[in-house]
Design a protein around this ligand. Structure first.
Ligand SMILES: [Zn+2]
Length: 202
């Protein structure tokens, strides 16, 4: 079995990308965020606009991510249990490798990662996107595009707008309690399990 885990707000207790945009981005980042949540703008278009406006070095962003990032309780135990049972763990994130590495620290070597990265541009940053084969119309990478390339059954663990395609897939869904994904799944009467501690996922 494969566990596809979202990062921001799921493996990490808060949305690190949003925290960085709140500190270093232009105020308009919130507008792009609202439009992406309403489905009025593909998430990846919103991200492109948001990160163009960031004024900081990658070192400053990494240091801030390390300062504010916390791994969700139970994640280390979850990794130990799933590894012992022979399962595969892939963190699939619309966020960026540089801050996922910073927040996970030594746990990083215990997961596979499919994510984007940030490259400095003349103004702000441009996004070095994950491979196109993992994209859908809204997300890059999209967890369902990844799921379709995997053998066997899949568990999707998430919280937000980057996880919504999963609701239309055959995956077993775990959604962070009270999250956007949990509310959307409830509204669509899509079965899922709510959780706050990763030990509840295995
Ligand atoms: Zn998608």
């Amino acid at each position: 079995m494969t566990f596809l885990c979202d990062f921001d707000g799921t493996v990490a207790t808060r949305d690190i990308g949003a925290a960085l945009l709140a500190r270093f981005g232009r105020p308009a980042w919130r507008l792009w965020d609202v439009l992406a949540h309403r489905g009025a703008l593909p998430l990846r278009v919103a991200q492109d606009l948001q990160w163009r406006g960031v004024r900081a070095s990658i070192q400053e962003l990494r240091a801030e991510a390390f300062r504010v990032g916390r791994v969700r309780p139970g994640f280390e135990e979850f990794l130990a249990k799933t590894a012992a049972d022979g399962h595969r763990i892939i963190v699939v994130s619309s966020g960026f490798s540089f801050y996922i590495d910073a927040v996970l620290g030594p746990l990083r070597s215990r997961v596979e990662l499919i994510a984007n990265d940030l490259l400095p541009a003349v103004k702000g940053f441009r996004i070095a996107w994950a491979p196109l084969r993992y994209a859908c119309a809204s997300h890059r990478p999209c967890k369902v595009a990844v799921l379709r390339k995997l053998p066997g059954s899949t568990v999707l663990v998430g919280d937000g707008v980057s996880d919504t395609c999963g609701l239309r897939s055959s995956a077993t869904i775990f959604a962070v309690e009270g999250s956007f994904l949990a509310r959307l799944a409830s509204a669509q009467r899509r079965p899922f399990t709510a959780f706050t501690d990763f030990r509840a996922v295995v």
